[in-house]
Ligand binder design. Structure first.
Ligand code: MYA
Length: 439
């Protein structure tokens, strides 16, 4: 624990317990709880200092994994010793009695519905449990059936007695650029455990099993994001929210009126004129793919971490899909695509609200502005989003998003999104160095 944090705890009259240099197993457990209690208290009261301190927290699982810990500077590259596929465990990890592994086939409509239901009822909620992500079936197919995907990386756990899907984790392949190095990684997402099975250490088993399946294909690194702080982020971004449907957002408690604000004033403040500003902006079409792909790779290569899309991937991720992803291009009179803006549709269930079941949220995806200011392009994106009946437009403060966040009246959210690499070290990136948006 550093001196700064010690001082804070001492000022609060709290005793700081440091673990012994070489404690026995029993002692580790006891020392851990005292040490962790102090850290948790610090986290609640002194976010930033505590955040650094939580690198010292004991993570029974993560401490055994090839992820950065503490402040030690390392060389850019894999953290683990180099292994071969022959060394990878051939058989799946053991599960507690009564559970079995299941490779998910989302081409099967019943299985897709099972995945949809598991996530819809058990996936990520906000801190106050008012909203829960509601990824649609079409969205899940888009997110999981990326070009070159392996069904084997879509991992489920079922209850043996009734075959009920109770937990899952997924991976898709991605070519990640990390500080100038191109690394084949698995992009991990949708780690979810049924609420009734929480805190039973199933998550580490899911993570180890998907790692095994990725390793069997001679791939050794991964990229993922999470709201929670784990050892150890490569970047940290903040969500920002642009109110579109002011009244509904107040009604459902997503936004609140400030002390001197009235509802009519609030509605006026966030009103967006229904006028498109960029001449000739139109939905992206298949014929635009080669130009959009080239433009995107050129643009993203200026960031420290970014994912390279080939033309198939650019078509998959960026061509408009109803209710899933929305993309618009600006084409010059010579037929050159010069600018590009996109967002995806990720609604959330409004938990226990008598009037509204969902909030329809657009999330800024990839945007490139070369002939118009980014803020103008995004202003048009807001108009397109309103025309599609979105209630709110969200973005992270990564890439160049700070250019439009304030002028377009995005408000700061209260959650951080942490970026992680598994088995690949690069020094921590600032928000503006992050060029990756995960779903
Ligand atoms: S992020 C979205 C995560 N999902 C949710 O938040 C949905 C709602 N919550 C849940 O379903 C459960 O609470 C989950 C944990 C499943 C999150 N990422 O089983 P446990 C560690 C990684 O008793 P549960 C996304 O999908 C925790 O620190 N680890 O806990 C990206 C502790 O370890 P340690 C996490 O609450 C996922 C252990 O799990 C997370 O029942 C990237 C406790 O296990 C988290 N979000 O279940 C996964 N939350 O003791 C990593 C908790 O050490 C991929 N934990 O602190 C790594 C790369 C793998 C591929 C590598 C290929 C080479």
């Amino acid at each position: 624990m550093n001196e700064e944090a010690k001082e804070v705890l001492e000022k609060l009259g709290l005793k700081v317990e440091e673990p012994d240099a070489q404690p026995g197993i029993e002692e580790v457990t006891q020392e851990k709880s005292k040490h962790q209690e102090s850290i948790e208290l610090l986290t609640a009261m002194y976010g930033d200092i505590a955040m650094r301190e939580s690198d010292q927290k004991i993570h029974k699982f993560w401490d055994t994994q090839p992820v950065p810990k503490g402040e030690v500077e390392k060389n850019v590259g894999p953290l683990d010793e180099v292994k071969t596929v022959a060394e990878v465990r051939q058989e799946p990890y053991g599960l507690p009695a009564g559970f079995q592994w299941s490779t998910l086939n989302i081409d099967d409509t019943n299985e897709l519905t099972e995945v949809y239901n598991l996530l819809n009822e058990n996936y990520v909620e906000d801190y106050d449990a008012c909203f829960r992500f509601d990824y649609s079936r079409e969205f899940l197919k888009w997110a999981l059936q990326a070009p070159g995907f392996y069904q084997n990386w879509h991992v489920g756990i079922r209850q043996s007695s009734n075959n009920k899907l109770l937990a899952m984790i997924t991976g898709i392949p991605a070519k990640v650029h990390a500080r100038g190095n191109l690394v084949k990684m698995a992009e991990i997402n949708f780690l979810c455990i049924h609420k009734k099975l929480r805190s039973k250490r199933l998550a580490p088993v899911l993570i180890k099993e998907v790692t095994r399946r990725v390793n069997l294909l001679d791939q050794w690194s991964a990229v993922y994001t999470a709201g929670v702080y784990l050892p150890k982020p490569v970047g940290k971004c903040r969500y920002y929210h642009r109110t579109l449907n002011a009244k509904k957002l107040i009604d459902i408690g997503f936004s609140a009126l400030g002390p001197r604000m009235t509802l009519p004033r609030y509605i006026r403040l966030y009103k967006v004129e229904d006028t498109i500003k960029v001449p000739g902006i139109r939905p992206m079409e298949a014929k635009d793919v080669p130009q959009v792909q080239a433009m995107l790779v050129k643009y993203l290569s200026r960031f420290t971490m970014w994912i390279e899309f080939d033309q198939h991937e650019a078509a998959h991720w960026l061509l408009p899909r109803d209710n899933v992803v929305y993309s618009y291009v600006v084409e010059s009179s010579e037929g050159i695509v010069t600018d590009f803006v996109s967002f995806y549709n990720l609604p959330s269930t409004v938990i226990d609200n008598p009037k509204y079941s969902h909030v329809k949220a657009a999330y800024s995806f990839y945007n490139v502005a070369t002939t118009v200011p980014l803020v103008t392009l995004m202003q048009d994106a807001l108009v397109f989003a309103i025309r599609e009946d979105f209630d709110v437009f969200n973005c992270l403060d990564l890439m160049e998003n700070d250019k439009f966040i304030e002028p377009l009246k995005f408000g700061k959210g209260d959650g951080d999104l942490h970026y992680y690499f598994y088995n690949y070290f690069i020094p921590e990136c600032t928000e503006r160095e992050v060029g990756i948006v995960l779903l």
